[in-house]
Design a protein around this ligand. Structure first.
Ligand code: SF4
Ligand code: FES
Length: 336
């Protein structure tokens, strides 16, 4: 049996390793045909299959058995077959079903983007803009919870949780002791530490980065600024922690580092998990070697106030890098 298979997604054919999921095959093609994913996370084993935002239509099962699949399938959980043909944005049926999924996700999620810390970098906000309906048909009361502090650095606002399980997988797979999870069943499900224990270990801060909505937020950054007013800059430091490579994004306002996050790839997933010392305790420019302004996708609201490198920054004395970045922004303003 060949190690490679061919799959066609929205008319574009790609050859991928046997066992690749439709979602990852689409990611290899890239662009608009990549299905959105609210629960799958490539760095977390077992993730996916919870939210159904990644659904696609398989119009031809394989070369050997060309029958279409009878229902829309979750692309993050369905592996490709040789000769498979898949429809995503070219299928009105998929787009209609995805709008339905968004409506379900928003049944309990508050429409509080103007006051939510995640606004501007929220996957659900983006998904609603692209696929959501303008009005909800839901007439009942939403589930509401009190905000709870899980430790002194992380706050959980369960109203916004979409139960994607990512934070649970992070706790299971990259921290040494999981003390939180999803309790109860169905409509009563909630993320909790049961008796509100503190989520405290060297990598607990990563639950903030993987949360696709504003349910888990960084208490050291909450309400300090809107993310689109900040300037993200890639930086690194020699971190003593075995499993942290010390490569981060610093979010500046003026000369102050307002927050530190892991770097994210083009699909909005962290490139490598970082430790809490880098995230919460290193908030001075002097703690870091600055590399360059972080690349922000043009479609993101953060790009509206963002500079890009027009001149190489070989650099780098931290203050020079910031000064160069400010000059570039000024240049953009003058130019446009
Ligand atoms: S708190 Fe965030 S990461 Fe955790 S399950 Fe809810 S939405 Fe997902
Ligand atoms: S990303 Fe596939 S079901 Fe959530």
């Amino acid at each position: 049996m060949s190690d490679k298979v061919k799959v066609t997604i929205d008319g574009i054919t790609v050859e991928v390793d046997n066992g690749t999921t439709i979602l990852n095959a689409a990611r290899q093609i890239g662009g608009d045909i990549v299905p959105p994913a609210m629960c799958y996370y490539s760095k977390l084993e077992g993730s996916g299959g919870k939210c159904r935002t990644c659904i696609v239509k398989v119009s031809k099962g394989s070369e050997k058995d060309p029958r279409p699949m009878p229902k829309l399938v979750a692309s993050c959980r369905t592996t490709v077959m040789d000769g498979m043909e898949v429809l995503n944005i070219t299928s009105p049926e998929v787009l209609e079903a995805r709008a339905g999924v968004v409506e379900f996700l928003l049944i309990n999620h508050p429409l509080d983007c103007p006051v939510c810390d995640q606004a501007g970098e929220c996957d659900l906000q983006n998904l609603s803009y692209e696929h959501g309906l303008q009005q909800t048909r839901f007439e009942f009361e939403r589930r509401t919870f009190e905000r709870i502090d899980i430790g002194d650095k992380i706050q959980l606002h369960m109203n916004r949780c979409i139960l994607c399980y990512r934070c649970v997988f992070v706790a299971d797979q990259i921290t040494n002791k999981r003390v939180h999870g999803i309790l109860n069943r169905g409509d009563h499900s909630e993320i909790s530490t049961y008796i509100q224990q503190v989520v405290e270990n060297d990598f607990s801060g990563n639950v903030i980065d993987v949360c696709p909505v504003g349910a888990l937020t960084d208490k050291t950054f909450r309400f300090k600024n809107r993310v689109w007013f900040t300037k993200p800059v890639d930086a690194h430091r020699d971190c003593n922690h075995d499993t942290c490579n010390g490569k981060v994004t610093l979010w500046y306002k003026g000369e102050n580092v307002l927050r530190v996050t892991a770097r994210k790839d083009e699909f909005g997933e962290v490139e490598a998990f970082i430790c809490n010392e880098c995230r919460f305790d290193k908030k001075l420019t002097a703690d870091w070697v600055i590399e360059h302004p972080t690349h922000i996708d043009d479609t993101s609201v953060i790009a509206s106030n963002h500079y890009e490198t027009l001149i190489p920054l070989h650099v780098i004395q931290p203050n020079e890098a910031l000064q160069a970045a400010n000059e570039i922004e000024l240049h953009k303003k003058v130019k446009y």
